[in-house]
Each structure stands twice: as C-alpha cells, then as structure tokens.
Design a protein. Structure first.
Length: 285
C-alpha cells in the first residue's frame, strides 16, 4: 500500500518529515509522497529518511487554487517534483507573502473579538509555515475552544468569525507551472468541490484541457460509492488515478497514515501507472 497525500511540520502537520517516513515504514507502506502546502521545505529530509527506513518517497507539494463560482475548495497535489523548481518556488513566494499578511489579519480579527492571542505564540507553535491548524491549537491552549474541530467551526473555518481568505493561484496558472517543470498534477479530494458527479466531470474535463494529469480517487473522506464513481471518471477521461489519506498527525486525529479513517487502501499499482505515464513522456521517475 501507498499514501500519496501527507503533511509534515514543514507546513501544517505535527510530525517531522523523518518521523512521518518512520511511521510509514512502521505502518508497512511501500511509498509515500510528502505534499506539504506551498513548500518543498521538508522534501530533502523526507527523501533521506526514506533511504534510511526503506520507504520510497515521492517529492511533492499541495497547492490551493482559486475555485470557479459555485465550487468548493480546490487543491492540486503535485508529484515527482524536480529538486529546484525555480518557477514553482516563485509561485510559492507569492502565495507565502499573502499567507503572512493573512495570518496577521487573523490574529488581529481574533484580538478584536477579545481573544488574547499573539502572532509570536502561533509562529512558535508552528515552527515553520503557519497554517490555520496552528491557530486552532493555540485557541485550544488558551481555553477558547474545547477541540480543534470547534476552533474551525466557530473561528477559523470558511464561515468562522475570524476567517480571512488566502491568496491562491488560478488553476491554469498552476497547471502551466507544473507542466513546465515536469511534475505530475493531481486534483486533490474531488468531493470537496461540492458538486454532483456530472458537474464534477465537466470541471475535471476543463482541468484536463488545461493540462491536468490525474485525480485522487482514493481519499479519507470518499465513500465507497464516490470512490467507484471517481475511478470510472478517470477511466472515461483518460486520467491517472491517485490516492492518499491527507494525514496531518494530531491536528487530524481521526486520519491515520495510509489508512485514513480505517478503510483506505491505496494500491502501489497506481504509482506504477504514474511512472509508466511519465516514462512515456520522457519524464524522470
């Protein structure tokens, strides 16, 4: 089994890249992809740990994209990233600049509502890229909420009292960059688009025309029927199927590495097909 959607302390996960790979080995996974948000900061460490623990590590990342009107949140997982993708790093820098401004705005909005939170405390908790899970942990520590779920529901989620939208790339912009650097582009967790299957297929078809390579069929929040429908969709559209848990560690305690909520099983065969596709296009694996 494999897991092609995971996060570490390089973004908003709670395990270091080394700890994540060690857990993958203990879990019996043959391969994982480290797909932190808008950073490659943990990839080198994860790859080195993979050699130590006998786990194949695919260099990756996850990008947040602007969604069309009426569509939920859209993320793109990029796999098989080259060591120094300059064009992608420039896009990261633009996104990260916006995120820093956003994080300070979230702090200000929380303080305006009587919460004694500081940017420094959240940054210290993150240790790297600051994300909303770090705000949630700080709110929990301050006794403002009784759980991370409550922190998102009341304060940090899309309808929360301190929600601030973040800077995002356009889908075409992101796919052009990923194609230019020779990455494999995967639409993450399609259920989150909030569309029925026909409308999802219309959108995925548009993304394929922009250069999309595949879609997550296997995912922690996908039901059996969703998985079946998404698998058939990839076959109809000639897209690669991918899958992963979206593991973050203790900030998402119900999601286990490689197993999701218990029933997730992503076969190594999917990774083999990705490699075959890349070789057919003269791309490194």
């Amino acid at each position: 089994m494999i897991d092609l959607h995971t996060h570490s302390t390089a973004s908003d996960g709670t395990l270091s890249p080394t700890e994540l790979v060690k857990l993958a080995a203990e879990t019996g996974l043959k391969a994982i992809a480290l797909t932190d948000h808008d950073t490659l900061g943990g990839v080198a460490e994860a790859v080195a740990a993979g050699k130590e623990y006998g786990v194949e590590v695919i260099p990756g990342c996850e990008l947040s994209l602007e969604s069309p009107a009426g569509v939920g949140w859209m993320h793109m997982v990029a796999l098989f990233l080259p060591p120094e993708p300059e064009e992608l790093q420039k896009a990261f820098d633009w996104v990260i600049e916006g995120r820093k401004n956003r994080n300070r705005e979230i702090v200000e909005k929380l303080r305006q509502q009587g919460i004694s939170i500081t940017y420094e405390a959240v940054a210290a908790r993150a240790g790297g890229t600051i994300g909303r899970p770090h705000f949630a942990q700080e709110l929990l520590s301050l006794g403002v909420v009784s759980s991370v779920d409550e922190a998102f529901k009341v304060w940090l989620g899309d309808n929360g009292r301190a929600y601030i939208p973040k800077r995002k790339l356009q889908p075409k912009q992101a796919l052009d960059i990923l194609n230019n650097i020779g990455a494999t582009s995967i639409l993450a967790h399609p259920f989150a688009l909030g569309l029925d299957m026909p409308k999802t297929e219309e959108l995925v078809t548009d993304l394929k025309d922009m250069g999309l390579d595949g879609m997550e069929v296997y995912y922690s929040e996908h039901s059996e029927s969703m998985t079946k429908d998404y698998k058939e969709m990839t076959e109809r559209l000639g897209l690669l199927a991918s899958g992963g848990s979206d593991f973050h560690g203790s900030v998402k305690p119900k999601i286990s590495l490689g197993k999701g909520k218990g029933g997730l099983r992503v076969p190594y065969e999917l990774l083999e097909k990705m490699k075959e596709d890349r070789r057919s296009r003269g791309l490194p694996v």
